[in-house]
Design a protein around this ligand. Structure first.
Ligand code: GLU
Length: 433
């Protein structure tokens, strides 16, 4: 997250950021609803459970006024959607992005319900978002925004009710502010958020957990579909927390990371990038672009490279009907949420490319969030080795289950993953109603 100095603001008394808009060129809800319904059809899921799972339990839309550094008041809009809680407290990240809207948060909340069910952790699904551009805000402004949002949704949070975590453009620092703000009213409550700094009760291994889970699933998918990971060409769109950790850990497994990109652009090197050097370059310059000894590519080109594994680890909807035909990767591993639209999914299926779905690939983050929550409740810290061993076990169990359903029921991996998750959620639903 940027703590860049303040950029000039409009000279009005109250500067108002764009109001929450409804869907952009693609519709997040349509993506997750279609994916859900394909699996629901296959399972002959009854209409009552279907309706229950298609609609969220609770949606909060809040106004968060923030006195900016220049003395002016800016009005932000924040969202928290609790999709389903039949298997445990609502759980999911909080994202800061200028395009965040209710539809996106609603859809991502549903994905969290399937994700927590798939890795069989006792949580439901939720998501939060604030429509803002963190790259244009100072640290003090972001802190005020986070604290204001926490106050507004306080009544819906709770250690056994709803537990936020980091997501796009939020990090351990933002979680620390939430915990601190929540604690003012409720007393010391580390288990109210996960992904905290280690010094405040965060878990060892949480920061790299989503990237580590991505590495584990990529490794297994390669084994299953005849790709030798050692020397395999891998392209990764997105070099934030998830993309950069996935790159580092896959490189350690012997993969050749031939291209990476971020919001500013991408870099490519057929012999394989030195990920530690790229990370250092990002630290110094703020971006992967202009890394010496590499060729520049853009964020569309990176999706078209003739690689073994393509890992979209950034925004949703980046592979759509207009560019899916140009994707040449054998395996598409969805480290980001909803990077492939249903139309693109169909094109890729026809081409026999394998898509490893988001709810499986990026479930490592919420899995270690669960470990963090457990450690906080027990007031006991696990070693990094214990965290990583348990993460490996959970991810492998989920992979084996999905792969078995994929093979025995002849289903694409995404539908198989939904079937596994939906069985757990629908069973718990039936027993409650
Ligand atoms: N934001 C992450 C996700 O989409 C992690 C959520 C969590 O740890 O609760 O899975």
């Amino acid at each position: 997250m940027s703590t860049a100095t303040l950029t000039p603001r409009p000279q009005t008394e109250v500067s108002t950021p764009p109001r929450p808009k409804q869907p952009r060129h693609f519709d997040f809800n349509r993506i997750t609803d279609e994916q859900f319904l394909e699996a629901a059809e296959h399972m002959h899921l009854d209409e009552e459970v279907r309706q229950l799972l298609l609609t969220p339990y609770r949606e909060l839309i809040v106004q968060v006024p923030v006195r900016m550094d220049d003395g002016k008041l800016s009005m932000f809009h924040g969202f928290r959607v609790q999709h389903n809680g039949v298997r445990g407290p609502y759980k999911g990240g909080l994202r800061f992005h200028h395009q965040v809207d209710l539809g996106e948060v609603r859809s991502l909340a549903a994905l969290m319900t399937w994700k927590t069910a798939l890795v069989d952790i006792p949580f439901g699904g939720a998501k939060g978002g604030i429509t803002c551009d963190p790259s244009k805000m100072s640290r003090a402004e972001l802190q005020a925004l986070t604290r204001g949002f926490t106050q507004k949704i306080d009544m819906a949070l709770g250690v056994y009710r709803d537990i936020p975590a980091p997501d796009m453009n939020t990090n351990a620092q933002v979680m620390a502010w939430i915990m601190d703000e929540y604690g003012k009213k409720h007393g010391y409550t580390p288990a109210i958020v996960t992904g905290k700094p280690i010094s405040l009760g965060g878990s060892l291994g949480r920061e790299e957990a989503t990237g580590r889970g991505t590495m584990i699933i990529t490794r297994e998918a390669c084994k299953a579909f005849g790709v030798t990971l050692r020397g395999a060409a891998v392209a990764i769109q997105g070099f934030g927390n998830v993309g950069s950790w996935a790159a580092r850990l896959l490189a350690r497994e012997g993969a050749r990371i031939v291209a990476v990109s971020d919001v500013h652009g991408g870099i490519c090197s057929p012999e394989g990038l030195d990920i530690d050097a790229v990370t250092l370059h990002v630290k110094e310059s703020g971006s992967v672009v202009d890394m010496p000894g590499t060729r520049a590519i853009d964020n569309d080109e990176i999706l078209m490279l003739p690689v073994d594994v393509l890992i979209p680890a950034a925004l949703g909807g980046v592979i759509h009907e207009d560019n899916a035909g140009d994707v040449r990767a054998k395996l598409v591993v969805e480290a980001g949420n909803s990077p492939v639209t249903p139309e693109a999914d169909r094109v890729l299926r026809q081409r026999k490319a394998r898509i490893v779905p988001d709810i499986l690939v990026n479930a490592g983050g919420v899995t270690v969030s669960y470990f963090e929550w457990v450690q906080n409740l027990q007031q006991f810290r696990w070693s990094l080795e214990e965290v990583n061993t348990r993460l490996e076990e959970r991810m492998m169990a989920a992979w084996r289950h999905v792969y078995e359903v994929h093979q025995t029921q002849k289903l694409p991996l995404r539908v198989a993953a939904y079937v596994v998750a939906l069985e757990r959620v629908s069973e718990a639903t039936r027993q409650r109603y």
